[in-house]
Design a binder for this molecule. Structure first.
Ligand SMILES: Cc1cc2nc3c(=O)[nH]c(=O)nc-3n(C[C@H](O)[C@H](O)[C@H](O)COP(=O)(O)OP(=O)(O)OC[C@H]3O[C@@H](n4cnc5c(N)ncnc54)[C@H](O)[C@@H]3O)c2cc1C
Length: 315
């Protein structure tokens, strides 16, 4: 079976959920292998084995993390050549998409981003034109490089695990690669990241500066907090929380939109969520066109009631 290479970037002591999803998909499509950056701990090596990864490729050059994306793309393309990969899978973060693009240039290969499904013949399903259409796309030159949205695949370990062998890949690091000179660690919020969360509760201009009800509902559901651009532009919440065309693209199991009108630029970032619940006081708000469940009401009353009820039911 053809090798499907999964790019894994510094998972720490345990694989991220997105890594597990990509490894599951790689096993469905072929033989999974990992192009791995960072310290490979025994626990992570074991976990890779449970997903059927028998080969892990690591860069010969240490410190690729200090080189932003150029060094990582150089490594991924070298690993793809070494493994003669039939396809390469990455997550769908901004950084992963840039690595995919640079790898595509190095390998003269096509890149498809924002995938929500990949079939066995590497046909990719994704939404385009700000979510107006769902299309099937295929890479027609080189090795398909696909970035897959989080929550697109049900995680499933391999029926039979294995012990992965590690291999070193020589990396020709570009001399002019930009280098990180200092890092400031972001304070941990205790919530899942917006890209990976299974539940996202997002607020818009309708929150009128108070994200409290949004955060409370997100916390009781173990979800992440998102926002419309109106809310981030107003400075009510950090820009990193913005969902949409110029923000993050998310695909959670549940997206609760509160006080957001549902402009096309917002929809394009959340339309592939499995279930969409909209809370808006205007019954004609466009968000109701794509919502699976709609509540016409004031979010400052509806959200606390929902939070309270969920808390009660959770005991
Ligand atoms: C190039 C470009 C890129 C863009 N990128 C993005 C993007 O990435 N993400 C994004 O979100 N937008 C983006 N926008 C902006 C987008 O067009 C909208 O302006 C924006 O999404 C509106 O945000 P909103 O729905 O929060 O505000 P509004 O459109 O003002 O809607 C607020 C909604 O809240 C409701 N409401 C008010 N009070 C309450 C209440 N108490 N309870 C319940 N409901 C209430 C109102 O009925 C209304 O429907 C972009 C625009 C452009 C031109």
């Amino acid at each position: 079976m053809a090798t499907v290479l999964v790019y894994i970037d510094n998972p720490g002591d345990s694989l991220h959920k997105t890594d597990r999803e990509l490894l599951t998909l790689a096993r469905i499509l072929g033989t999974p292998a990992a192009a791995f950056i960072g310290e490979l701990s025994p626990a992570v090596a074991e976990e890779l084995g449970t997903f059927g990864v028998s080969s892990v490729y690591q860069p010969s050059t240490p410190g690729l993390d200090e080189l932003l994306v150029a060094g990582k793309a150089a490594f991924l393309s070298a690993a793809a050549s070494a493994t003669q990969a039939a396809a390469i899978l990455l997550g769908n973060t901004f950084e992963a998409k840039e690595i995919a693009a640079r790898t595509g240039i190095r390998l003269a290969s096509g890149v498809i981003t924002d995938a929500v499904a990949v079939s066995e013949d590497f046909q990719v399903t994704k939404s385009v034109f700000a979510g107006s259409y769902t299309v099937q796309a295929t890479v027609t030159s080189g090795t398909p490089i696909v970035t897959v949205k989080a929550n697109s695949v049900e995680v499933q370990p391999a029926p039979e695990g294995c012990v992965p062998e590690t291999h070193t890949v020589d990396v020709d690091v570009p001399a002019a690669a930009a280098r990180i000179t200092s890092r400031i660690e972001k304070a941990a919020s205790g919530r899942p990241t917006l890209d990976e969360a299974q539940v996202v509760v997002a607020g818009g201009r309708g929150v009128d500066g108070n994200f409290g009800p949004i955060e409370d509902l997100a916390d009781v559901l173990g979800g992440a907090v998102g926002a419309s651009r109106a809310a981030t532009d107003a400075g009510w919440i950090e820009h990193a929380a913005q969902v949409g065309q110029t923000g993050k693209t998310v695909s959670p199991r549940l997206y609760i939109s509160a006080g957001i009108s549902g402009a096309i630029q917002q929809k394009s970032g959340m339309q592939t969520a499995k279930v969409i619940v909209a809370v808006n006081k205007d019954a004609d708000a466009p968000v109701f066109e794509i919502a699976d469940f709609g509540i016409v009401g004031d979010l400052s009353t509806v959200l606390p009631q929902a939070t309270e009820e969920i808390r009660k039911r959770k005991g």
